[in-house]
Design a protein around this ligand. Structure first.
Ligand code: PLP
Length: 409
């Protein structure tokens, strides 16, 4: 292993949760796609935000409130930089990807989607980027279309092109699948959508933790991600949207913090981003997300992508060599998320048996039922890796699968 890669692996010492034992075994955490572990700097910042910045934001004149406001707004700048967005005012803090998607579905839906219109999602979507569009279409009399996959497991861009029409109002597409890890050519998706005047929302929940992202280069209209999958805390996420769109969109929730004037006869709303941030935000969590972004930059986003590409390239053949194991991977670029099924063994049984060995993986449908229906598979076990996972941990996973499959099959 080259020296640079050893440097990244040494970073595991920054994650206190990795020092635990589970069922008497050293924890091998391979469930980053569900939620990432948090480095000590993020935990410290979370605590210090509660201790040193416990004032409500955008409100009071006192020092604590001003300091908390300053820190929260500084994170808006960090997110702008992380996504390559043109303006900080395009960054909206939400509770996570799910809330970001719902915000757009409600706000845009009310404004732009009606009977006869169409919304396209893809077979790869997590339920969070599927169900809100389905419900929107049902309530607005629009049609939901699901773009299919190629036999290679990649999104069928030709088929998507044929599904698009002037009736298409929006295309909602994941940047990377939380089941197969396949990275979608979202730039091509956005280009195709633009040709018919459709808007695009990209779900970056599984991409931002692994890849450099530039929303301007992608050419999308909306992009979202969750802080807790990006080494940050729970309860905070991001919606980025193009300013021209956000400026015309109605708020989703109303209340304090998002108004400029309130009278009995009418209320005037703030411009974005405040218009979409009604009520008190997750102050400490936003501040700690800023620490996670700083940490990512310190480790190096390109270095993380390279390390994980190497880890993935080492892991895939090792898993393929396990007798009876079938991998659900697509051709082409992939983040280190690997699903597999074991002949004759229920994924929950395999997942539970691995847990007893101290290995945390996810088992089931991974909130992506339409994809499993398309694949004709009733669930999988999923190992999702991060830059500090070691090849020894992967070997331990393979050995444990071999051992438990003998007992379970
Ligand atoms: N989109 C994808 C691709 C995901 O993997 C997930 C979570 O696993 C979500 C959306 C939902 O994220 P959250 O539960 O943080 O809102």
């Amino acid at each position: 292993m080259p020296q640079g890669q050893q440097r990244l692996q040494a970073r595991r010492a920054d994650f206190p949760a990795l020092r635990q034992t589970v069922h008497g075994r050293p924890l091998i955490y391979l469930d980053h796609a569900s939620t990432s572990q948090k480095p000590q700097v993020v935990l410290d910042r979370l605590l210090s935000a509660y201790v040193e910045r416990c004032g409500n934001v955008h409100r009071a004149v006192h020092w604590l409130s001003q300091a908390a406001t300053h820190d929260v707004e500084a994170v808006r700048d960090k997110v702008r930089g992380l996504l390559g967005a043109p303006s900080r005012d395009e960054v909206i803090f939400t509770r996570g990807t799910t809330e970001s998607v719902n915000l757009v579905a409600h706000s845009l839906g009310e404004q732009r989607i009606g009977p006869g219109d169409e919304v396209i999602v893809t077979t790869l979507e997590h339920h969070s980027n599927f169900v809100p569009w389905q419900v929107l279409c049902q309530t607005r009399g629009a049609r939901l279309i699901v773009a299919p996959l190629l036999p290679t497991g990649q999104l069928d861009l030709d088929a998507l092109g044929r599904l698009l029409s002037p009736r298409t109002k929006l295309v909602a597409c994941t940047h990377a699948s939380n089941v197969t890890g396949t990275v979608v050519d979202v730039r091509a998706v956005c280009r195709l959508a633009q040709q018919v005047g459709a808007l695009t929302l990209i779900d970056g929940a599984q991409a931002v933790p692994h890849l450099p992202v530039d929303v301007q280069a992608l050419g999308c209209d909306f992009y979202c991600f969750s802080g807790h999958k990006l080494l940050g805390p729970w309860g905070v996420g991001v919606l980025w949207g193009r300013s021209e769109l956000l400026a015309t969109m109605p708020p989703c929730q109303t209340g304090g913090g998002m108004v400029s004037t309130v009278r009995a006869e009418m209320t005037e709303f703030q411009p974005p981003p405040q218009r979409f941030e009604a009520g008190t935000p997750a102050v400490a969590e936003i501040i700690a997300l800023g620490a996670a972004i700083d940490y990512l930059h310190e480790v190096g986003i390109e270095a993380i992508a390279q390390q994980e590409a190497w880890l993935l390239a080492e892991t895939l053949p090792r898993l393929r060599a396990v007798d009876g194991l079938r991998l659900l991977v697509a051709e082409g670029p992939q983040v280190p998320v690997i699903s597999f099924v074991m002949d004759g063994v229920h994924p929950h049984d395999l997942g539970t048996a691995l847990d007893l060995e101290g290995i945390a993986v996810r088992a089931g449908l991974h909130c992506a039922e339409p994809l499993f229906s398309a694949l004709g598979v009733h669930g999988s076990v999923r190992a999702s890796l991060s830059f500090y996972n070691t090849i020894e941990e992967v070997d331990a996973l393979c050995a444990a699968i071999r051992q438990v499959s003998k007992l379970l099959r």
